[in-house]
Design a protein around this ligand. Structure first.
Ligand code: ASP
Length: 313
């Protein structure tokens, strides 16, 4: 066992401007991010696995109504919540994902269970919930996900001229985003996890990049672990998470260069968002092409986690 480990988390990327953030709100974000990273960090410090660390960090954000995942998931056009999640183990390349989840309290626990207890990678909708019941995963009434803020957000979008699906962070940073975590444990194993409510006012069972292995989430001990946040359709087109791993593998790029290159590719096709990534030496990168990304990181040699919101921090 080495002493090297690290973890990075995100709570969504987008139009997060200082002028729209009151000091109180900013403090609430920073506190929530700190709680999440602390939960993953303490698992890693005590010799726990990167899978347990990313799961714990994501559960904290799913249980907070501040983020667009779990409790705080956004509404669809049909006034339901449809959540996506995925988790991946860098040692075995095992992974599990869920989509169109409507009653599962913690979609990331669902994804972990798919990975460990099924012979499949991705389960959806009613079948996913049947599987969840069989495995004692907590099911909640749809009312659990009904938060006033998200409801109001849906009404505003529906009343707007174009009635389009919008990203959680589009133009109003009182709404927070998709969540994710990547970690390296003391045994040298990488893991990545992502959980999301997707887009407000989404229609036709739209599914984002979050439950797509290779697009929103990827982990491979040979290279790195990645979780993305932003406009999912673009990450799907670019297969961003796997692309970052491949740039490290085939081009011998550093994590810094590979993630910056991925953001360049995103910008080139007019996509927006950010990524968090950690390589198998514990180096962390968190670039974005938008005004901010709720994020935090901790490496073995840091005194305490660093928590950031705005791009210039
Ligand atoms: N990537 C997510 C999606 O498109 C949204 C987000 O990250 O905010 O579903």
């Amino acid at each position: 066992m080495k002493n090297n480990f690290g973890i990075a988390i995100h709570g969504g990327a987008g139009t997060i401007l200082r002028k729209n953030l009151t000091p109180k709100l900013e403090q609430q974000f920073r506190t929530a991010l700190r709680l999440s990273i602390e939960s993953g960090k303490s698992i890693l410090e005590n010799g726990g696995t990167s899978l347990d660390a990313v799961q714990a960090a994501v559960v904290v954000m799913e249980d907070s109504d501040q983020f667009n995942a779990g409790k705080g998931a956004v509404f669809t056009n049909d006034e339901t919540n449809e959540m996506d999640s995925s988790i991946m183990c860098g040692k075995t390349l095992a992974c599990g994902c869920g989509t169109l989840l409507r009653h599962i309290k913690n979609p990331i626990i669902f994804a972990r269970t798919v990975m460990e207890k099924s012979e499949h990678v991705l389960l959806a909708s009613d079948g996913a919930e049947q599987f969840a019941k069989l495995h004692d995963i907590e099911i909640v009434d749809a009312k659990y996900f009904h938060t006033k803020r998200r409801w109001f957000q849906l009404q505003v979008v529906k009343e707007s001229d174009d009635n389009k699906a919008i990203l959680d962070h589009d133009g109003d940073n009182s709404k927070h985003g998709t969540v994710g975590a990547v970690a390296l444990d003391k045994d040298g194993n990488l893991a990545a996890a992502t959980s999301s409510g997707g887009m407000t006012n989404k229609k036709y069972n739209r599914i984002g990049d979050t439950p797509m292995i290779g697009a929103g989430t990827y982990a491979d001990n040979a290279t790195c672990a990645v979780s993305t946040t932003g406009h999912g359709e673009y990450f799907m087109r670019l297969v961003t998470a796997k692309d970052i791993c491949d740039m490290i593998s085939y081009k011998q790029f550093s994590i810094d260069l590979a993630t910056k290159e991925a953001i360049k590719k995103l910008t080139a096709i007019d996509g927006s968002g950010g990524v968090i990534a950690i390589d198998n030496n514990g180096n962390i990168a968190m670039p974005m092409n938008c005004a901010g990304m709720y994020r935090a990181s901790f490496s073995a040699d840091d005194k305490e986690p660093s928590v950031k919101i705005f791009v210039e921090e």
